[in-house]
Each structure stands twice: as structure tokens, then as C-alpha cells.
Design a protein around this ligand. Structure first.
Ligand code: SF4
Length: 424
């Protein structure tokens, strides 16, 4: 059952093997993700998080991560610069053309048996501080993209390049360096924390494994990291079950930060915690992006949380990008009916949603047998005959804006006719 748009509901994990057998993508089944063979051999325990624990180290990476950069350090300033660059250089795919990409995803495809979990997705991410939001319902492929980026799932096609290097081709020392440079924070912090290890030891582990600090210094550094994410360093002596969900998520972030990454994949980082803790985690991400020059993919089903944290946003539906562009523009004037619907689920973003919410009929179709034409047409309130037969290509509809919709110009003009609405 797909959670209502913007509801914050989560989907119970499903085993990857089931998806490989042809069932829908296990988007939130982080426990079920199987590390690649070379990674499995290296990881100290069989849990999924050990793949991320195996993030590689290297002194040159540490020096690079620590070096100050002369870029905008607030989301608003960075977004302003980004949007100006986008306006000057049409046709961006997640970042201005002028900026050298930290991460470049080209025509990425991921298959789970017959299911096309990701189907030809291209994205670019500038070096930090920079945020790219990936939004869409459960099953849209956004989490799978994040896992493919950190090599927790294999790509069936396309390419992922990090600082110009083909991630799939990385081996041994180069792969270790990449594992360290690109970290993932899961929706459920328990996927990152061993329940048998005290918090301090859990954070210190990657510091020791990757020789970031001497063993005798690791405990002290772990306490510093706890303080950096706003936790009492005394929590180092506790076990995960003795902390709240929000505290555990902060610990998971501290652990990811311990190896000084340049790219963070934040996979629904606030979905499993209460509203108060959500606000604290979002503020923490905002603080860290500036303080650590972080670049991140922020994966969420809730458009509301990308507004302050992401310069660019890509909207996904059934494994494809249906719209992308600067977050503020995309949210204020959507170019795709699906974005309109997502936006209307967030009253903080769409004032009209306070009175009525655009409700999409039905569920997303089976990704193993998508409908012909526009895959959104069975649910689209603006569908016309052409939509049932002709696949809309992702095209520029305004400078810096792209949408895959035959009627994008109508949507940009504010057409919402034919939609069912519910009282907000
Ligand atoms: Fe709706 Fe047609 Fe646009 Fe698809 S192409 S989103 S069905 S109007």
C-alpha cells in the first residue's frame, strides 16, 4: 500500500530477493540490500550497514574534505547563485552546467527481475555545499538511485561518475577511497548501528578501520562527533536501544561524518522519527552542509523538506524523472501534474492545499509492466488521447526547467482542471 503523498508514512521492508523474483522494488528494505561480493568479503559483519562501515580512508581525502572552499555556505545564497547559473545555461540536469559535477549519473537503469526500478535517470550534483532533492512516492525509484550511487545495488545500465571517475570500474584502493567519500544515512538508524555496540564504539569503529585517527584517539574523536551532531558526549557509553529514534539518527549521521565524506546520500532521514526530532535533524543537515561543505542527495517523499535544504529537485515517478529544476521555481510553479499533486499534499508549500488537496486516483502502476505512452496517464487529471500512446520526453520547458509532459505549458500556466480534490 503506497502511503498518501506527503503523509510521512513508511513502507515495511521487503526482501531484495523477492524483488529480484519480479515483485516491486524493495525501496525501503535497507536491511535486505546485499553488498557486492567484494564488499561482503571486506565487511566485518553481515549487516547491510557494514557495507557503509567499509567506507574507505585515505589521507588525501581527509585533506580534501578539511580544506575550506570559497563557495556560498547557506542554502539561500547557494540557491541564488545556482538559479542564476541555471538561468544563464539552459538544460541543466540537477546542477548548473558551469559547475564541475561532484557526481554525474547518466541514463542509470536498475532492474530487479522484470521490475524497472530505475529507468534512464540522469542527474548531476555540484561539489558541496549543495543539495539535490529526489522526491516521489514509495516505489518511484529514488532510494534505489541512492543505493546505486553508493554501490549497494548494481546498475543494469548507464553510468555513475564521481569526480569524473566511473564508479562501477573502481577497484581496491580506489573503491575504498570512494566508499569513504560517499556515505549513506538510512531511513532507519538501526540499519547503521550495531545493537551490541556502545554508541562511542560504533562511531569509533570506522575511524580505526580506516586509520583516520590513532586507536587511542578514537574514543575522544567519537565524543567530539557526538557533540558536533548536538548530542551529549556522555551518550558514548550507552547502547542504541537506550537512545530515542532522533538521537539514534544523529548518531548514524555522526558515524557517516566520521570518515569525512564529500557526498552524503540521505535516504528519508526523518521519516522514522517524531516531528520534533525531524526538525532537529533537518537543522543539523543545514548546519553540516555549510560547516563541512557537504553535497548530498536528499531522498524524500515529502516536498516540504527540500525547500530549505536543496537548490535543485528532481521529481521521480515509476523510476523516471518527470520534472527537475531549481527547487523554489519547481515548487512555486510546477510543470508536471504529478509535481502539482505532490505539492498540494504539503500545505506549507501550497497555500491552496489549505482549502483543497489534489487527490490522484489509484496507485502507481506495476513497474514490471508500465502502461504505454506516459506512465502517469492512468492517474493524470490532465491526460489527453496522445498521452496514452506517446511517451513524453524530458524537455526544457523554461530556462533551467525540464519536464516530461505533453501539456507542461498548460501546467505551467496553472491548469488544474479535472482534478479531484479533498478538503484540507
Ligand atoms: Fe498527464 Fe499527459 Fe502530461 Fe502524462 S503527458 S503527465 S498523462 S498530461
Amino acid at each position: 500500500m503506497t502511503p498518501p503523498l506527503g503523509s510521512g508514512a513508511t513502507v515495511p521492508p521487503r526482501p531484495e530477493g523477492a524483488a529480484r523474483a519480479g515483485r516491486p522494488e524493495p525501496e525501503d528494505a535497507t536491511r535486505a540490500v546485499t553488498p557486492e561480493p567484494d564488499e561482503a568479503a571486506r565487511a566485518p559483519t553481515p549487516r547491510t550497514q557494514d557495507a557503509t562501515r567499509a567506507a574507505a580512508s585515505g589521507p588525501e581525502q581527509a585533506a580534501s574534505a578539511a580544506a575550506p572552499r570559497t563557495q556560498a555556505t547557506t542554502p539561500a545564497a547557494a540557491r541564488e547563485a545556482e538559479e542564476a547559473a541555471c538561468a544563464a545555461a539552459p538544460g541543466p540536469v540537477g546542477v548548473a552546467k558551469a559547475a564541475p559535477p561532484l557526481l554525474e549519473v547518466t541514463d542509470l537503469a536498475v532492474r530487479f527481475g522484470a521490475v524497472r526500478a530505475v529507468d534512464g535517470v540522469s542527474l548531476r550534483l555540484a561539489a558541496g555545499p549543495f543539495g539535490l532533492g529526489l522526491v516521489g512516492e514509495s516505489g518511484s525509484g529514488k532510494s534505489t538511485i541512492g543505493r546505486a550511487v553508493v554501490r549497494l545495488v548494481a546498475a543494469a545500465g548507464g553510468q555513475i561518475r564521481f569526480e569524473g571517475k566511473d564508479v562501477a570500474a573502481l577497484r581496491r584502493a580506489a573503491l575504498k577511497r570512494y566508499r569513504r567519500a560517499a556515505q549513506i544515512v538510512f531511513q532507519d538508524p538501526d540499519n547503521s548501528l550495531d545493537p551490541r555496540m556502545r554508541i562511542g564504539a560504533s562511531i569509533a569503529e570506522p575511524l580505526i578501520v580506516h586509520r583516520i585517527v590513532a586507536r587511542r584517539m578514537a574514543a575522544g574523536r567519537a565524543r567530539e562527533l557526538l557533540a558536533e551532531v548536538g548530542l551529549d558526549p556522555e551518550l558514548a557509553g550507552r547502547y542504541p536501544h537506550q537512545l530515542s529514534g532522533g538521537q539514534r539518527q544523529r548518531v548514524a549521521i555522526a558515524r557517516a561524518l566520521s570518515v569525512q565524506p564529500r557526498l552524503l546520500v540521505l535516504d528519508e532521514p526523518t521519516s522514522a522519527i517524531d516531528v520534533k526530532a525531524q526538525a532537529r535533524i533537518l537543522k543539523l543537515i543545514a548546519d553540516l552542509r555549510a560547516g563541512r561543505n557537504l553535497a548530498y542527495l536528499l531522498i524524500t517523499h515529502n516536498l516540504g523538506i527540500v525547500t530549505e535544504l536543496c537548490e535543485q529537485t528532481a521529481v521521480l515517478y515509476l523510476g523516471r524523472v518527470v520534472e527537475r529544476g531549481p527547487t523554489s521555481e519547481l515548487l512555486s510553479v510546477p510543470a508536471h501534474p504529478y509535481t502539482q499533486a505532490l505539492r498540494s499534499a504539503v500545505p506549507e508549500v501550497d497555500m491552496a492545499a489549505r482549502r483543497s488537496r489534489l487527490v490522484l486516483p489509484g496507485e502507481p502502476p506495476d513497474a514490471a509492466s508500465p502502461p504505454p505512452g506516459c506512465v502517469f496517464h492512468p492517474r493524470c487529471p490532465l491526460a489527453i488521447d496522445r498521452c496514452a500512446t506517446e511517451v513524453p520526453v524530458l524537455r526544457e520547458v523554461r530556462p533551467g526547467r525540464e519536464a516530461a509532459c505533453h501539456r507542461a505549458e498548460d501546467v505551467l500556466a496553472g491548469v488544474r482542471t479535472g482534478a479531484r480534490t479533498s478538503s484540507g
